[in-house]
Design a protein around this ligand. Structure first.
Ligand code: ATP
Length: 365
């Protein structure tokens, strides 16, 4: 098992291109399941490939265990890499595919048999061992690829969107299986995905990147409840967090048109939060589940008109137009209103987020 330390990592593919990874520092604990999350092109794969030794960083250090691995070939880093595409050998059956890394290490026949069977039991693919992978469904191929990765008992697993090619149901099953497998094996895992649900459900901690820059690294619920930046707040959660551009106005906040006006009494620690800002422009943020739709319009500070109603089965999502802003709110599925109706909105005060419009950092006390 091994901890990993990434220290001021930079990667630039050519002298004039932007940094694919820009000053990334990250400590991953032994046995941790860390998910690298972010949109396409944010630098996740590049980071993983630098850790694997498949790319050379422009600057910075990478330690696996206590070893500085800069310049060490991929094969000497004691890691196993699982990609989105399984890259199994089509002419070999599942047994031989899984056994392949052990044969390369010249391990004896009996031990190979015992270890392949053990891994197959763990992944519940014993019945597939004689079969050629190309004839099997993608979920089973992916399990064989996992078998080939874990059989060497590496110190670290690196996985790059390994579930992307699976259908939705299988992905949910495999998510649970991978999480279970990692807990069993206690192998340090770095797992790349752009799928926030995958990240939230599997990770011990999530590291969120944007444009090569690490935005936040925290446990899933901390990232959800206390996003450190505007980017994280918008990227995590579905429906996405509501945002309104605001300025200070008579001690409270208001948008440019004045349609969205919230008195200071509704925003805990407004002054302290705003005092730490770099500019006088803010972004107000609140999740749909922390917005309450009221039909008694006269008692609420914010009013608007319902423009969209989306029945989701377990909840209803209303989109309410407030001046130029669209605010989403979730309610009980039985709370029935129609587009065109006027409603009031209130917010769970402890769940109101404020961001500095300039630095895009959360304003907290
Ligand atoms: P995706 O999920 O789409 O793979 P990602 O977050 O993993 O995205 P990277 O693949 O690491 O992002 O890409 C980061 C940036 O580096 C992108 O701008 C990409 O175009 C660039 N890049 C990646 N690989 C290369 C390469 N081999 N040569 C030049 N530029 C590259």
């Amino acid at each position: 098992m091994a901890q990993i330390k990434i220290d001021h990592l930079y990667k630039q593919y050519s002298p004039n291109s932007p940094y694919a990874v820009n000053d990334l520092s990250l400590d991953i604990a032994d046995s941790e399941f860390l998910v690298l999350l972010g949109p396409s092109g944010c630098g996740k794969t590049t980071t993983l490939r630098c850790i694997a030794g498949l790319e050379t960083q422009t600057d910075g250090d990478i330690f696996i265990g206590d070893r500085l691995v800069n310049g060490l070939p991929a094969g000497d880093r004691d890691i196993a890499f699982v990609f989105q595409f399984y890259a199994l050998y089509p002419h070999m059956n599942a047994f031989d595919n899984i056994a392949f890394p052990l044969r390369a290490q010249k391990i004896g026949k009996d031990e190979i048999k015992q270890r392949v069977e053990q891994v197959a039991r763990l992944l519940r693919i014993e019945h597939l061992l004689p079969r050629k992978p190309s004839r099997l469904p993608s979920g089973e191929q992916q399990r064989i690829a996992l078998g080939r990765a874990i059989i060497r008992r590496p110190h670290v697993f690196l996985m790059d969107e390994p579930l992307t090619n699976l259908d939705a149901t299988l992905r949910i099953d495999m998510r649970a299986e991978l999480k279970h497998l990692q807990a069993d094996l206690k192998t340090t895992m770095i797992y790349v995905t752009h799928d926030q649900t995958e990240a939230m459900s599997m990770a011990h901690r999530i590291a969120i990147m944007n444009h090569g820059v690490l935005q936040q690294v925290d446990e899933p619920l901390t990232v959800y409840d206390h996003p450190a930046t505007l980017f994280v707040a918008g990227f995590i959660g579905s429906p996405p967090m509501n945002f309104v551009n605001c300025r200070l106005d008579n001690g409270g906040i208001s948008d440019a048109s004045g349609a969205f006006k919230l008195p200071a009494a509704h925003i805990p620690h407004l002054n302290e939060r705003v005092n730490s800002a770099a500019s006088d422009e803010f972004v107000f943020g609140v999740r749909a589940e922390n917005v309450t739709v009221e039909t008694a319009v006269s008692t609420t500070p914010i009013r608007g008109e319902i423009v969209v109603r989306e029945p989701m089965g377990d909840e209803m999502i209303y989109t309410v137009q407030v001046g130029d802003n669209l605010i989403r709110a979730t309610t009980e599925p039985t709370f029935q209103l129609n587009p065109g109706e006027l409603v009031g909105l209130t917010f769970d005060a402890d769940r109101i987020h404020l961001f500095d419009a300039k630095t895009e950092k959360a304003l907290v006390v």
